[in-house]
Write a protein that binds this ligand. Structure first.
Ligand code: C2E
Ligand code: CA
Ligand code: CA
Length: 760
């Protein structure tokens, strides 16, 4: 999911970027279009204004010529010539644009001119090359005609001629009036229309002589005005008009429209040009504007757009990178959470699975997998609550990581289980490591006012010997741990025997769960004889016959029953059954004797254990003072306080407490002092070697002396020989249990045994 977001966030970013880019291209394109259009509109507007201005100016000139024409028609003779000349001079003074006046006859001969010209020196207009065409045109036309500009030598200046024929009432041409406008002064006509970078050209139609070009010095005049536009240029213009504007010179002449189009000049300059026609005076008004200006404006806009785009992209990128970082951080945290135990912070089972490849791979070094299972943790957790359980786990996790540092991986496997991998395969060193783990864990854990004692059972498996993969190794270490669990606070290495033992145990476990329901459990009673050979009491011993497993000895299944939590129920069964059997037997035989019941420490953890015991005893009417509860010392190191309290209560109820298997396990005099016991049972292992081993002899002697000092009863267990019996008797041990007297017996057999004793 997070990986998806992580990937997608960049896809989204690139998609946005691409979209932005497309938008940028689109906006740039349309803004460029708008700029071009703006200039197109401007050229159209300029063309139109120029056409109007030109028209009005020329109309004025024409009216002026008309007035002069009327003057000519009215006058006659020399006098009127003089009058005309004076008028011309006067007009020239008023209007400095006018360079001169001339009146010619229809043959082109000038006969009157402004006084700055000598008419005799002026050329014949009809004959002179520069004026001939327009002069003839003027003879034909009812309107004023613009002539091509030329250099007028007598005056020493370029001029633009305007001509108009003067006709009498019969429409016969009587004269042609010409006005010369000073070419470099004509600019004032259009001066308001000339914009920066914009060039105006005005041409005479058909002849293609230029009559005006904006912003050029007189030195350029010969180039500009002396010759018409070249034919090939006109062809190109014509082609351009058709291709780019869909018009021709003809259509423009007729329609009066203004055509605007891109055009490449003869100097290869890219331009935006306009062409429009002024029909009355047959003039082409031509504007051009350099495309480079349009592009530089476009570029300005584009660079602004690009800058904005880049800025937005950078902001977006930063934003996305931030989101990406947060996401990555979060997914890292999630992965960390998934691979670590939230309570202790140690790597967890998933982590182990994921990282085992670092340990197991072709050519990998051998290593050990250490399975650590806490002893007594479950009890603390159940009785004190999870808060204390959690605190203990945290403390122990810290101790473990502090104990095992280099080349190791400490993980919490769940509950009170820890899995440790160490790059070590040497047995000795692994033993040392195991000892240090046990030592670290066994140190009391202080939480607030309370102190807790936890132990550890450790199972060790070796790679590659005991397993080729994690699963096999874990199960090997688990099997070894299971072994260690039997003695508690110890460690064991995996062996093949342990494996088969474990297998057997799991079958036992399976079958044991149904044993009570299937009524497969029953009891035997082993008599205890006193020094005088009388019956002192019996010990109830559990038997299990299973149809699949046959007879299973209690040594094999009791610890499993304890492990899987069946012990309270089995314990009840034993107590109930034994009280009923022995209560009944005592009544029948009218003889009182002790009944010893083995009680597992696990039964003490049961709620209301004492209540239940006292109710059961009441029910069966057995003398309380003859009920002995046998407890084994190996287990009650844990929770000593609580067990001592319960034992005291049981004693207050009148029951007797016996310490079974004395001499094995953790026996200490100190412990003995604190425990409320009435009886000690010397373990069978001491009796076995009593006569052969001096140490055993000394030990048993010491135990007997101790019991006498403390005022405790002593029971010798596993007495198989007469000599053992005699030795014990001599030493002052007065109660015996063993095959020498009787094996564990069925109830009927016990009855027979008791009766046979009476006869001795
Ligand atoms: P334990 O309490 O020490 O019981 C004495 C064991 O020694 C019994 O084995 C008994 O059959 C055996 N024994 C007695 N005299 C001799 C002898 O002269 N020679 C030999 N070789 N063995 C002798 P068993 O019945 O197999 O019981 C084994 C253990 O199982 C018991 O040891 C006891 O710890 C446990 N157990 C048996 N019944 C119960 C029960 O009802 N509840 C609990 N919690 N544990 C039980
Ligand atoms: Ca016992
Ligand atoms: Ca025993």
């Amino acid at each position: 999911m997070h990986r998806l977001i992580k990937k997608n966030i960049w896809t989204l970013f690139y998609a946005l970027l691409l979209f932005g880019l497309a938008l940028l291209v689109f906006i740039n394109y349309s803004q460029h279009r708008n700029i071009v259009r703006k200039y197109e509109t401007e050229l159209r507007y300029l063309s139109e204004s120029t056409r109007n201005t030109t028209f009005h100016f020329l109309m004025q000139q024409e009216m002026f010529l008309d007035l002069l024409g009327m003057e000519i028609l009215q006058g006659d003779g020399k006098k009127s010539f003089e009058k005309l000349r004076d008028l011309f001079d006067h007009l020239m003074q008023i209007n400095p644009t006018i360079i001169g006046f001339a009146v010619s006859d229809a043959e082109g001969r000038i006969y009157v001119a402004s006084s700055n010209n000598d008419p005799t020196k002026l050329p014949n207009l009809k004959k002179q090359k520069e004026s001939r065409e327009t002069f003839l045109q003027a003879l034909q036309s009812p309107h004023m005609i613009l002539g091509r500009p030329y250099y007028l030598k007598p005056i020493g200046s370029w001029m633009l001629p305007l001509r108009k024929a003067v006709r009498d009432e019969n429409q016969r041409v009587v004269a042609v009036i010409s006005i010369g406008l000073r070419l470099d002064n004509t600019a004032v006509i259009w001066k308001n229309l000339i914009k920066p970078h914009t060039t105006l050209d005005i041409f005479i139609d058909r002849y293609w002589y230029r009559i005006f070009k904006s912003s050029h010095p007189p030195s350029k005049y010969p180039d500009l005005y002396a010759s018409p536009l070249p034919k090939n240029f006109l062809k190109r213009v014509d082609r351009g008009l058709k291709e780019k504007a869909g018009v021709s010179f003809d259509t423009l002449r007729r329609s009066g429209r203004c055509a605007v189009l891109p055009f490449t000049s003869m100097e290869k300059e890219k331009l935006l040009v306009s062409w429009s026609y002024l029909p009355r005076y047959a003039l082409w008004i031509h504007y051009h504007f350099p495309m480079s200006m349009i592009w530089s404006e476009t570029l300005r806009v584009w660079s602004l757009n690009t800058a904005i785009f880049l800025l937005i992209s950078i902001i977006l990128y930063t934003l996305f990178r931030m989101i990406h970082r947060i996401e990555t951080q979060r997914s890292k945290e999630l992965i960390h959470q998934a691979l670590h135990d939230h309570l202790t912070g140690l790597p967890n089972r998933n982590y182990l699975q994921k990282h085992i490849v670092e340990w197991i791979h072709p050519g990998a070094e051998s290593f050990a997998i250490i399975f650590v299972d806490l002893d007594n943790f479950k009890n603390i957790n159940d009785s004190m609550g999870h808060h204390y359980g959690d605190m203990i786990l945290i403390e122990i996790a810290e101790r473990l990581t502090a104990t095992i540092r280099e080349n190791a991986l400490v993980t919490r496997h769940g509950g009170d289980e820890f899995i440790i991998l160490v790059r070590e395969s040497d047995g000795r060193r692994l033993e040392k490591i195991s000892h240090s783990i046990i030592e670290a864990i066994s140190m009391p854990v202080q939480i607030g006012e309370l102190e807790f004692n936890v132990g550890a059972s450790i199972g060790i498996g070796l790679y590659p010997r005991d397993g080729k993969d994690l699963y096999e190794l874990l199960s090997a270490a688990d099997i070894a741990m299971y072994r260690a669990k039997k003695t508690k606070n110890s460690f064991a290495f995996f062996t093949a025997e342990l494996k088969s033992e474990r297998k057997r145990d799991s079958v036992i476990e399976q079958e044991l769960r149904g044993a009570l329901e299937k009524d497969e459990l029953h009891l035997l009673y082993q008599p205890q004889i006193d020094a005088k050979g009388r019956l002192h009491g019996v010990e109830a011993l559990l038997r299990w016959h299973n149809e699949r497993l046959g007879n299973v000895p209690p040594d094999r299944f009791i610890h499993i029953a304890e492990e899987i939590g069946l012990m309270p129920r089995i314990g009840h069964y034993v107590m109930e059954r034994a009280l009923r059997d022995i209560g009944g037997l005592q009544n029948r035989l009218d003889q009182n004797f002790c009944l010893s019941l083995n009680v597992s420490i696990r039964q003490f953890n049961e709620k209301n254990f004492i209540d239940k015991v006292s109710k059961q005893i009441e029910k069966h009417d057995v003398d309380r003072s003859r009920i002995v509860l046998e407890i084994t010392e190996s287990l009650f190191i844990e929770e000593l306080e609580s067990i001592v309290r319960q034992l005291e209560t049981l004693r207050d109820l009148g029951l007797r407490i016996s310490l079974d298997d004395f001499g094995t396990g953790y026996s200490s005099l100190n412990l003995l002092r604190r425990l409320p016991v009435d009886e000690l049972k010397i373990d069978k292992s001491f009796i076995d070697t009593l006569l052969t081993d001096k140490a055993s002899e000394a030990m048993v002697k010491a135990i007997i002396t101790l019991c006498k000092t403390l005022g405790l009863d002593i029971v010798a267990e596993g007495v198989e020989e007469r000599k053992q019996h005699e030795w014990l008797k001599r030493q002052g041990c007065h109660i015996y249990q063993g095959y020498h007297f009787a094996k564990p017996l069925k109830l009927e057999e016990l009855e027979g045994f008791i009766l046979s004793l009476r006869q001795i």
